[in-house]
Design a protein around this ligand. Structure first.
Ligand code: NAD
Ligand code: ZN
Length: 347
């Protein structure tokens, strides 16, 4: 399957399928004199055979630990030492963290190198779409970065076979989010297909749908002035829980989605059957104890410091009028505290 972005210029293709890495990469690498491969070291160890023909491989610390100024600068130094040229290509292979850091390196080295992202996690069906690059600082995650589009995304789903369950569930959080943003039919189909657990082999259709949904939002609003904000469904509370309880991103998003459904029900007419959604997520393996044990005041403090919140004493919150109909509302911190305490009691 191929998706094509629909920006006014600098469009690129997103290839998604099993077993496509080698032949798809060749279409691009042939056009460059030099290609540098930046690969998550853990992914390298697990999939070494796939990379045996590659020259110029730079292995980087696995996952989130790559997203520091020191580690990204040391890759830039290595590229410069190897005499990288403005018309060379970088291929970044790994999950969302390697993608964020590798894309950041590509965007600033010699003021911007061409790059291709090869995502290797389920969560990356989200992070690889949208052209945001990032590294972390001690003040918070993703606070330094650029907007920078790749020349292609090659999502070879064979990589997902080695993902541990914890990473599958993390990525699946964003799959649920995209289905809810898409509409009733999508979320019904997803819940039905996964009612006995999440098997990565059954997810291709939902991954494709998630990519389509994300592409829609980022193509209408790349810089997050309005509609792209809806992709933050589940993320306001999710980020606070992720930080406070050191959760995997998507696992925190699932808890945040429960929060969003609860607030949506309070705001509108009890549209959502929260009890059965809670039972479903427990059944497929998510731990709900952070939601039960959270300190509402502390959560609100984290939410207020989020870079996406502009107004003091109010928190921007994405809710759903119904599936497929997101809305951004502002809630006063005192109302939100009450709602979060009520939510704790029903989990
Ligand atoms: P990740 O890159 O940290 O990968 C998670 C773990 O899985 C790592 O330990 C990694 O080594 C391992 N791994 C990767 N591929 C594997 C495979 N095929 N088999 C076995 N293990 C594998 O992170 P992620 O969960 O993919 O993504 C989270 C990151 O994405 C965060 O840094 C987040 O900020 C970022 N993100 C970015 C955007 C964006 O728009 N740019 C959106 C969402 C998330
Ligand atoms: Zn997310």
């Amino acid at each position: 399957m191929e998706f094509h972005t629909t920006y006014s210029e600098n469009n690129y293709t997103i290839y998604v399928n099993n077993g496509i890495l080698k032949e798809t990469l060749l279409k691009y690498t042939n056009q460059y004199e030099q290609v540098f491969y930046i690969i998550d070291s853990h992914v390298y160890d697990l999939h070494e055979k796939k990379f045996k023909d590659f020259n110029n491989v730079i292995k980087v610390p696995r996952g989130e630990s790559f997203k520091t100024i020191e580690n990204t600068m040391s890759v830039i130094d290595e590229l410069l030492d190897q005499n990288v040229k403005r018309n060379d290509l970088m291929v970044v292979i790994g999950g969302g963290a390697t993608g964020d850091g590798g894309a950041f390196v590509s965007s600033i080295t010699l003021r911007g190198l061409d790059y291709i992202h090869v995502p290797t996690t389920l969560l990356a069906h989200d992070s690889a779409i949208g052209g945001k690059t990032a590294i972390n600082r001690k003040q918070g995650k993703n606070l330094v970065g650029t907007f920078y589009r790749p020349n292609a995304v090659i999502y070879d789903l064979d990589f997902l076979e080695t993902l541990p369950e914890e990473e599958v569930l993390s990525g699946f959080g964003e799959v649920i989010k995209h289905a809810m943003l898409d509409g009733q039919e999508s979320i019904d189909a997803l819940l039905e297909k996964t009612k006995n657990g999440v098997d990565i082999k059954n997810l291709n259709a939902f991954i494709l749908n998630g990519i389509r949904t994300k592409m829609y939002y980022v193509s209408v609003d790349e810089k997050e002035d309005n509609l792209r904000k809806f992709l933050n469904l589940g993320h306001t509370l999710g980020h606070a829980l992720e930080y406070a309880f050191k959760l995997k991103h998507g696992a925190a998003v699932v808890l945040g989605i429960i929060g969003a459904l609860y607030i949506s029900n309070k705001r509108y007419d009890d549209t959502f059957d929260i009890k059965s959604f809670i039972n479903y997520v427990k059944h497929i393996g998510y731990d709900l104890s952070p939601l039960k044990n959270m300190n509402a005041t502390e959560m609100i403090r984290y939410m207020s410091s989020d870079k996406k919140n502009m107004r003091k004493s109010y928190i921007g919150y994405v809710v759903l009028r119904e599936f497929g109909q997101p809305e951004l509302i502002e809630i006063s911190t005192s109302d939100l505290e009450t709602l979060l305490n009520e939510l704790k009691a029903i989990v």
